[in-house]
Design a protein around this ligand. Structure first.
Ligand SMILES: *Cc1c(COP(=O)(O)O)cnc(C)c1O
Length: 414
């Protein structure tokens, strides 16, 4: 079956997918490499070309008319579509097991365009309080100005969701796992509650990746990714993707044509190439993070570890049921104050100090200083960001060496 599909002929000019995801036996590893790609490209190139063009020419007026009458499927102008971008979309749709996907210039461009495509003045949006900070800012301060109201519900509290739904609720936004405490709400239950009330569900699945979790298979309507993180995976490009049913993706794509936050063809090439190794990288990152989390739990200077792969995590059972891997981010609290915690960060020799995650390089940061610098200790405590918190986003370096480096940093600064 797999051989048949891989060898299926396809038209290189329309970039028809050769591998379709509804064949359940095809693994994410194989889909990452071949999913959504034609068997050949122009000039028999094995690898997808970068179609670097701002616009597209028509052979004659008859072709132009045929295109506008819908009799001819082709590109028209760069803001409306590009074959290099289309390849990213096809691959993501294959990996997420959705009908379609649309790519954007960044994760936030994908998120804001999607939300705007689904709400109007008078709508109500529900989101979990621990969702990505800029998403929360967009909904609570920006959308609020345009008459779209919102309710923030406590992290992972699906019961609170039931109570928060109103007749005008259009959209529920969730993430799994979240930052920095790695909460995993019961998204299957969430999807069920929302479907009964005809409310759309949007999951920011950046931390999980389609290797660990495919929200569409649990009844979630829309999946958004910051492709900047695991999908592209090399800390060298910004991008975003929205995946879901064709009708919703089409609405979002229409809005992209208006807002113009398109993924550049060169960036699309980097994202597309990055995704080819997604499964290998994420499997390695899952394994390293699990081992690092377990080792940290044994360390006398570590007060608490937050990783959904640990039985000590409050959402461990939910994560086990929904996900096939627990991700590459480990959050932990050191037995130290703000400065003592900074000393641990500074003493690490392998991870680099930087925001972001999901790339081949391990990154380390103190949320109190990186994302919440402008707040006082008291204000941080109020939203659950402690001064002694460290977020470690593992890369693909050797697991044993990453652990030894962090343990040495903890020991040296004791
Ligand atoms: C980074 C990130 C975003 C934003 O993505 P950009 O590509 O930086 O715009 C959104 N959600 C999550 C969970 C992220 O980690």
């Amino acid at each position: 079956m797999l051989t048949e599909l891989v060898l299926a002929p396809s038209d290189p000019l329309t970039y028809a997918p050769a591998l379709v995801p509804d064949e359940k036996e095809i693994s994410q590893r194989t889909l990452a490499v071949h999913g959504g790609e034609p068997r050949t490209y122009p000039y028999d190139a094995l690898v997808a070309p970068i179609t670097q063009t701002a616009t597209y020419s028509f052979a004659d007026t008859a072709e132009l008319i045929a295109y506008f009458e819908g009799r001819k499927d082709r590109e028209e102008y760069g803001r409306y579509g590009n074959p290099s971008v289309r390849l990213v979309e096809e691959k993501l749709a294959a990996l997420e097991d959705t009908e379609d996907a649309a790519a954007f210039a960044s994760g936030m461009a994908a998120m804001t365009s999607t939300i705007l495509a689904l709400v109007k003045s008078g709508s109500h949006v529900i989101l979990f309080a621990d969702c990505y900070r800029r998403t929360r800012q967009f909904v609570t301060t920006f959308l609020d100005r345009f008459g779209v109201s919102n309710t923030l519900i406590p992290p992972a509290d699906v019961g609170a969701l039931r109570a928060a739904i109103r007749p005008e609720t259009r959209l529920v936004i969730a993430e799994a796992p979240t930052n920095p405490y790695q909460t995993v709400p019961d998204l299957e239950q969430l999807a069920e509650i929302c479907r009964a009330k005809k409310v759309k569900t949007l999951i920011d699945s950046t931390f999980a990746t389609p290797v660990n979790f495919r929200p569409a298979n649990f009844g979630i309507d829309i999946v958004v990714h910051s492709a900047t993180k695991y999908l592209a995976g090399h800390n060298d490009v910004l991008g975003g993707v929205v995946a879901g049913k064709a009708g919703i993706v089409s609405l979002v794509r229409d809005l992209r044509s208006v807002f113009g936050a398109c993924l550049d063809p060169h960036a699309a090439y980097l994202v597309h190439r990055g995704i080819k190794t997604l499964a290998l990288r994420v499997e390695q990152q899952n394994a390293s993070a699990q081992a690092l989390a377990q080792r940290l739990e044994q360390h006398p200077r570590v007060r608490r570890v937050w990783y959904p792969g640990l039985p000590s995590h409050p959402n461990h059972e939910t994560a086990k049921r929904l996900m096939t891997g627990f991700g590459g981010v480990v959050t932990f609290e050191v037995d130290a104050d703000l400065d003592g915690t900074s000393r641990v960060v500074d003493a690490c020799r392998i991870p680099r100090i930087a925001p972001s995650l999901g790339g081949v390089e391990s990154l380390i940061e103190q949320p109190a200083l990186m994302s919440y610098f402008e707040l006082s200790t008291e204000e941080r405590e109020a939203i659950g960001i402690r001064n002694n918190l460290i977020r470690y986003a593992v890369g693909i370096e050797d697991t044993g060496e990453l652990i030894a480096d962090l343990v040495a940093a903890l020991d040296r600064t004791a």
